[in-house]
Design a protein around this ligand. Structure first.
Ligand code: CU
Length: 245
C-alpha cells in the first residue's frame, strides 16, 4: 500500500468515527440538554433551553472531530520504530485544510454572536412592556418583595401568570444575586443601586429563587419560592394581605 492509500484509509476512519460521535452529540443535545435543564416557567427560560440545545448541536461536529483524531492517533498512529518518529505532511501551506477551518470557525462564531445579540434584544424588550413592578430587596440572608402601588410585602414571591413583570432589585448590605431558576432570569442585587430585569411567567406553580453571589455565612440558605397564581387568585391573595411597611 502506498502512503497515499494509507492516508485515504486514515481519513476514512476519522470520517466514520467523526460521523458517529457527531450523531451521538446531536442526539444528546436535542434530548439530553432539555432533560438536564430545569423545567421552563417562562418564555425566557424556554429560549435559554433552546439556546443550550442549538449550541450543543452546533458544537457536536467540532468536538467530534477532536475526539475522532485523538481516537485514531491513540489507536493507529502509535510509533513502534526506534528513534525520532518521522513527521507527517505539514498543515502549513495546505490551503484546502486552512480555508475549511477558517470558513467553518468564522461561520460558527458569527452564528453565536448573532444568536446572542438577538436574545439580548428580546430580553431588553421585555423590560419596556411591564404591566407590574416588584421591588426586590436582598439582605443577609433573606429576600423580601414589595408590590408596587400597594403596601404589601412578602418573603415568598407571588406573581400572576401571563403578566409582564419588571423587577427592581437592590440590597440592604452586600452584593446578592437574584435568580428565579425556572424562569431563566438572574441579576445582581447591589447596595445603593437598583438593577432591573423582567419576565413573563407562563406556568402556574411553585418555583425556586436562589442567591447567586456568595454573601456570607448563610448564603447557601438564601432561598425562597415564587408562587405563580392565576390572575384571579393573585388578586385574591393581594387583597387578603395586611399592609406593612
Ligand atoms: Cu448570597
Amino acid at each position: 500500500m502506498t502512503s497515499n492509500d494509507n492516508q485515504k484509509k486514515n481519513l476514512r476512519q476519522i470520517f466514520w468515527i467523526w460521523l458517529a460521535i457527531t450523531v451521538l452529540g446531536v442526539v444528546i443535545g436535542i434530548y439530553g440538554t432539555p432533560w438536564l435543564m430545569p423545567t421552563s416557567a417562562s418564555n425566557t427560560m424556554h429560549l435559554s433551553i433552546l439556546t443550550m440545545v442549538v449550541f450543543t448541536v452546533a458544537a457536536a461536529p467540532v468536538a467530534a472531530l477532536v475526539y475522532a483524531v485523538v481516537i485514531v492517533a491513540l489507536t493507529k498512529w502509535r510509533y513502534k520504530g526506534e528513534g525520532i518518529p518521522p513527521d507527517g505532511p505539514p498543515i502549513r501551506g495546505n490551503s484546502p485544510v486552512t480555508s475549511v477551518w477558517l470558513v467553518v470557525s468564522t461561520l460558527l462564531t458569527v452564528f453565536l454572536l448573532v444568536w446572542g445579540l438577538a436574545l439580548l434584544a428580546v430580553d431588553n424588550g421585555a423590560e419596556s412592556k411591564s404591566e407590574m413592578t416588584i421591588d426586590v430587596t436582598g439582605q443577609q440572608w433573606v429576600w423580601s418583595f414589595g408590590y408596587a402601588g400597594t403596601q404589601v410585602h412578602s418573603h415568598d414571591l407571588y406573581l400572576p401568570v401571563d403578566t409582564d413583570v419588571k423587577f427592581e432589585v437592590t440590597s440592604k448590605d452586600v452584593v446578592h444575586g437574584f435568580w428565579i431558576v425556572q424562569m431563566g432570569i438572574k441579576v445582581n442585587a447591589n447596595p445603593g443601586a437598583i438593577t432591573t430585569t423582567a419576565v413573563t411567567p407562563n406556568r402556574v406553580g411553585t418555583f425556586d429563587i436562589r442567591c447567586t453571589e456568595i454573601c456570607g455565612l448563610n448564603h447557601a440558605f438564601m432561598v425562597t419560592r415564587v408562587h405563580v397564581l392565576t390572575k384571579k387568585n393573585f388578586e385574591h391573595w393581594l387583597a387578603s394581605q395586611p399592609a406593612t411597611n
